[in-house]
Design a protein around this ligand. Structure first.
Ligand SMILES: [Zn+2]
Length: 175
């Protein structure tokens, strides 16, 4: 234990230093980046949950963006709303391209979600609330949303995505 110039008493354990101010304000400090407010911010499970939820929507839309650009469609914008997102892109060259772009959103979600679900299935959830929130939302919740989004109902992606097989068969007939 030592006293600082500002009257702070502290105990150093490796790089972590527990400090006690004369006002008995106990806080965790690590190295020079000490900030109890930052710990509260990062450690807020509801906030991390919200960011994870928005990440699910963003991952989905980025999936559309990557596929659209690879198929030569200029992407105008990605918009994120509270419950969904949209990717505005030029009309695809073919019906098949449009179907591929529709699938790419849920596939992007699956690329992130399946490893996380597999991890939790094998190792279980952790003792850390924020980590569990990320695993649950980017894993299980995202997969659920992906399946829901594949329902063949407008304006969901499923309304376009399931046209993939007929479009593939039609292309085969042309070739
Ligand atoms: Zn979509």
């Amino acid at each position: 234990m030592r006293s600082g110039f500002d009257g702070t008493e502290s105990i150093e354990l490796g790089k972590i230093r527990w400090c006690r101010r004369p006002s008995s304000d106990l806080s965790l400090r690590s190295g020079s980046t000490s900030s109890p407010a930052l710990y509260r911010f990062v450690g807020s499970t509801p906030l991390v949950g919200l960011l994870s939820y928005l990440s699910v929507i963003l991952i989905h839309e980025v999936g559309h963006l990557v596929a659209a650009q690879r198929l030569g469609c200029r992407v105008e914008s990605i918009k994120l709303y509270a419950l969904f997102g949209t990717t505005d892109f030029e009309t695809p060259w073919t019906r098949l391209d449009h179907c591929v772009i529709a699938w790419s959103g849920v596939l992007a979600q699956a690329v992130v979600a399946i490893p996380l679900v597999a991890w939790v299935s094998v190792f279980g959830f952790t003792d850390i609330g924020v980590v569990n929130a990320i695993l649950a939302i980017l894993g299980y919740f995202s997969l659920g949303i992906a399946v829901f989004n594949l329902l063949p109902i407008k304006p969901l992606d499923g309304a376009t995505a399931w046209g993939l097989l007929p479009a593939l068969l039609a292309r085969k007939r042309i070739l």
